[in-house]
Design a protein around this ligand. Structure first.
Ligand SMILES: [Mg+2]
Length: 237
């Protein structure tokens, strides 16, 4: 547990912190792998093949569903030696469209947490990803009005966070960030002198997994999740 007094700003990650998201990727991946299975060579780990394209393409496409869809198509073309029919490509594109328009389901306790914190702190939403897709999700979530500041960034590293805080004149010493990802939401914040709480989600994307033993101290993972965190923050007032 960390000291939660003297906070001025509380920031939330969005995907898998405010609403479930990774399960959409997990489902889509499963369906994509089913489509690709006819082209699998013996001993091949399809999921690893797809992940290899995904990782390689991150630098070109950035994060998000559209890039992921293109990586699924590239994997399909590659594994089939260019023989995959247009109808199967269409199925992958349809999968991508479904991923971009799915219903947003708020995670338990999110609305209550925002309502409880809003009178006492400036609230930020800081999410990483593609601008159009993230804006659409924020709008569909119905939560936009709860936040004083909404920022969509393409990377969540210490420099990005520091610039963002500077731009809004926020002192890291009074800043608390909550999120499901140690790599993106917690460790960079600790590094710039802010405070962070880790609220793990059911799934963790390969790219996000970090060795917890490498994780610096200075953040808190409340066993009781968001509800326990909100109570502790309110006590620190
Ligand atoms: Mg997240």
């Amino acid at each position: 547990m960390i000291d939660l007094s003297s906070l001025t700003h509380i920031a939330f990650d969005a995907d898998d912190t405010l609403w479930g998201h990774e399960h959409v990727f997990v489902d889509a991946k499963k369906r994509c792998l089913e489509l690709l299975s006819p082209y699998m060579k013996p001993g091949m780990d399809l999921e690893q093949e797809l992940y290899a394209f995904e990782r390689k393409n991150l630098k070109i496409f950035g994060y998000g569903v559209k890039g992921f869809t293109l990586s699924m198509i590239e994997t399909a073309v590659e594994l089939s030696g260019g023989k995959i029919p247009g109808s199967a490509i269409q199925q992958i594109i349809d999968l991508g469209k479904e991923m971009l328009t799915h219903d947003i389901e708020l995670l338990p306790g999110v609305r209550e947490a925002l309502t409880a914190l809003k009178p006492h702190f400036k609230l930020l939403l800081i999410t990483k990803g593609e601008l159009f897709a993230q804006e659409s999700k924020i709008a569909r979530s119905g939560l936009a009005a709860e936040f004083d500041i909404i920022e969509i960034v393409s990377e969540k590293d210490p420099v990005t966070y520091q610039n963002l805080l500077d731009r809004h004149g926020i002192d890291p010493a009074g800043f608390l960030m909550l999120g499901n990802s140690l790599r993106s939401d917690v460790l960079p914040i600790v590094e710039i002198g802010g405070r962070a709480a880790h609220l793990p989600y059911e799934y963790t994307w390969h790219h996000e997994a970090v060795n917890e033993e490498e994780a610096a101290a200075g953040y808190w993972r409340p066993e009781g999740g968001l509800g326990e965190l909100v109570q502790a923050v309110l006590k620190g007032l």
